[in-house]
Design a protein around this ligand. Structure first.
Ligand code: NDP
Length: 289
């Protein structure tokens, strides 16, 4: 694991490899047994370049570990009815165990209606209101959203203490911020949320033992936002001057933090590994049903 002068890097690339190696072994055993092979279908609407990269990585990883995967791409002008028909077909296709609709969807589509149309038993990103409700109530059957669940796996891989610690989550989206706070709460952290209407963000973030940034604002979090020794998790993926940067100004914060995730190589690979883990978990559950 890489050491900087003061911070330890939370190496998502390395930890995600360990996760997918474990999954790959399970998949080898499934292949050897002659059983049905788990299948993930990713649905992409439109031609957003970042989304195209993400779905490509997801499909590639699924194939690499021995899962079946299919990428369904549609033009940006796909109608709501047409998209719902695709989802209905996947819901009723017994060979499909996981369905991921890549977000964001084009503006004319109703994201909540689309997510709600996915069978909760195939909802690999855990965004269906039923799964989010199960997460809220602490039900172990909840399929946990991939990005925040991946963050928890990464923190645990480095034995970062969570219980009794103050975690501040920057961002309150349904896909990252809100479930991130819920998962930290489940780990017995004391959780605060900040968002675009929070005055004096740094006053809150400086109190954090664990700071998770998921805002989509390049390099928003600088050294003044961080308590010395805090764990800083950067979920952000932003393009700045043709470069990929996070929501954390890494160079500014790296001297200050105890642990820090890089971008790229931090949360991104953990999201993909968790997507694979969730697909396999839903597959196993489908066999028991
Ligand atoms: P959203 O745009 O849905 O949500 C952003 C959140 O940040 C909102 O709650 C918003 O507040 C808040 N916010 C925005 N600007 C500020 C600000 N200046 N100060 C404080 N809060 C602010 O984004 P997502 O949650 O979907 O994604 C966040 C980032 O994470 C993006 O960079 C995205 O690309 C990245 N991402 C990375 C993934 C990975 O695998 N690494 C996966 C998913 C996302 P309000 O609610 O008040 O508007």
């Amino acid at each position: 694991m890489t050491q900087s002068t003061t911070s330890q890097i939370l190496d998502g690339k390395q930890v995600s490899q360990q996760v997918v190696e474990g999954l790959s072994q399970e998949l080898q055993a499934i292949h050897a047994s002659g059983a049905v092979i788990p299948k993930l279908v990713v649905v992409l609407v439109g031609d957003d370049p970042a989304s195209q990269v993400y779905v490509g990585k997801k499909a590639k990883m699924a194939q690499k570990i021995g899962m079946l995967s299919e990428l369904l791409t549609f033009p940006a002008d796909l109608s709501q009815g047409e998209l719902l028909a695709v989802i209905h077909r996947l819901n009723t296709d017994a060979s499909v165990h996981g369905i991921l609709v890549q977000l964001p969807l084009p503006k004319h589509l109703d994201t909540l209606a689309v997510i709600t149309a996915v069978d909760p038993k195939k909802d690999v990103d855990g965004l269906h209101p039923l799964n989010l409700g199960l997460l809220l109530t602490g039900d172990p059957l909840a399929c946990k959203p991939c990005t925040p669940a991946g963050v928890i796996t990464l923190l645990k891989a480095y034995d970062v203490p969570l219980a009794g610690k103050h975690a501040v989550v920057l961002g309150r989206s349904n896909i990252v911020g809100k479930p991130m706070g819920l998962l930290l709460l489940q780990e017995n952290a004391t959780v605060s949320y900040c968002h675009s209407k929070t005055p004096d963000l740094a006053a809150f973030t400086r109190q954090a033992d664990i700071l998770v940034a998921a805002v989509g604002v390049p390099k928003l979090v600088t050294a003044e936002f961080v308590k010395p020794g805090a764990t800083v998790v950067d979920v952000g993926i932003n393009r700045l001057d043709g470069k990929l940067v996070g929501d954390v100004d890494f160079e500014s914060v790296v001297e200050q933090a105890g642990y820090i995730t890089p971008v790229p190589g931090g949360v991104g690979p953990m999201t993909i590994a968790t997507l694979m883990a969730n697909t396999l978990a839903l597959y196993k559950r489908s066999l028991r049903a």
